[in-house]
Ligand binder design. Structure first.
Ligand code: UDP
Length: 315
């Protein structure tokens, strides 16, 4: 198949491009590299099935020829990145998404849009774990709003494009994901902790560290995206790993695995930082046969190995 991946130089996008190329598809990666470094796709350059278009999808552009599928991943996604690029985040998840929906309509392609667990905001105790029917507890006017609300708008836009224009769409809500090709400095908790531990620094815990997250290894996430794209499901559907950990648990695990003398230091907690997050993946299990396989411990080993090799290359 001929497949477009927007956000293709990012962490999930570049891993997705790699998997699609392995399956012998033609991959057209589109990215303006605002937050996804071009080095993530270096290994694909020269592969005759791979094309890179450096492009901001909020600006009009065309791709010649037929397209079978579009994965729309373009968006800053780590809190540090979307705080810095807040307007770009809102534009890519509204204007950019609409441009890709129009492309899907013109090419008669199926389009998968990556929404987020942030549509649930700071979920209350009655909605833990979070199922797709929960409408969330989101602050429309705060530091996370640029991401949360633009992703929520994106879901509404897709709903109308599907209803009025009969576009073949699927919405995935991605939960915390980690693994090789994360940026060391993207500010997320897994990359921060591993990098800090490997560099002999203390691990920065925001708040008490009692807040929870549920971490999905990248290979499982990619599997979920492929299953959803190659089904007829409409979504929204949660994709993630339901094993839930506190941030303190995660820090202890990283310190134990990396060794060295790092300790935990406690810093202020950002506004609207969700207290808990865990996906209910019943729908993905039942309708897609999705089952995450990689345990946090094993995923951390692989991710630590990846960051260790990057850091060793520096010297
Ligand atoms: N966090 C932390 N230390 C860090 C980075 C993040 O304690 O160095 C916390 C953050 O406050 C949040 C959780 O870890 O509660 C997950 O943060 P991340 O940025 O990975 O993503 P989020 O799930 O908040 O979008």
């Amino acid at each position: 198949m001929r497949i477009v991946v927007t956000g293709g130089t990012g962490f999930i996008g570049s891993n997705l491009c790699g998997r699609l190329l392995k399956e012998a598809h033609q991959v057209i990666c589109v990215d303006n590299c605002l937050t996804g470094p071009e080095k993530n796709i270096k290994e694909f350059v020269g592969n005759e099935n791979f094309t890179f278009i450096k492009q901001d999808i909020t600006k009009s552009f065309a791709i010649e020829g037929e397209i079978d599928q579009i994965y729309n991943l373009a968006s800053p996604a780590s809190p540090v990145d979307y705080f810095e690029h807040s307007l770009e985040t809102m534009h890519v998840n509204s204007i950019g998404l609409e441009n890709m929906l129009k492309m899907a309509q013109e090419k008669e392609a199926r389009i998968l849009h990556t929404s987020t667990s942030e549509v649930y905001g700071d979920p209350d105790d009655n909605h833990h774990p979070q199922g797709e029917e929960y409408h969330g507890n989101v602050n429309p006017y705060g530091p996370r709003s640029c991401y949360d609300e633009s992703k929520r708008y994106g879901e509404a836009l897709i709903y109308e494009y599907r209803r009025k224009l009969e576009i073949d769409t699927v919405i995935i809500r991605i939960f915390n994901t980690f693994g090789p090709k994360m940026k060391e400095d993207d500010g997320r908790v897994v990359s921060n902790f591993i990098s800090q531990a490997l560099r002999g620094k203390d691990l920065t815990i925001y708040g008490s560290g009692k807040q929870t997250r549920s971490f999905c290894y990248i290979d499982d996430m990619i599997e979920g995206l492929l299953l959803a794209m190659n089904s007829e499901i409409e979504g929204p559907v949660n994709i993630g790993n339901p094993d839930e950990f506190s941030i303190n648990n995660l820090a202890d695990l990283v310190i134990e695995k990396v060794g060295g003398g790092s300790e935990k230091v406690f810093k202020g907690l950002g506004k609207d930082d969700p207290k808990q997050r865990q996906p209910d993946i019943t729908k993905a299990k039942n309708e897609l046969g999705f089952e995450p396989k990689v345990k946090l411990e094993d995923g951390l080993d692989k991710t630590i190995k990846y960051f260790r090799s990057l850091i060793e290359k520096e010297s």
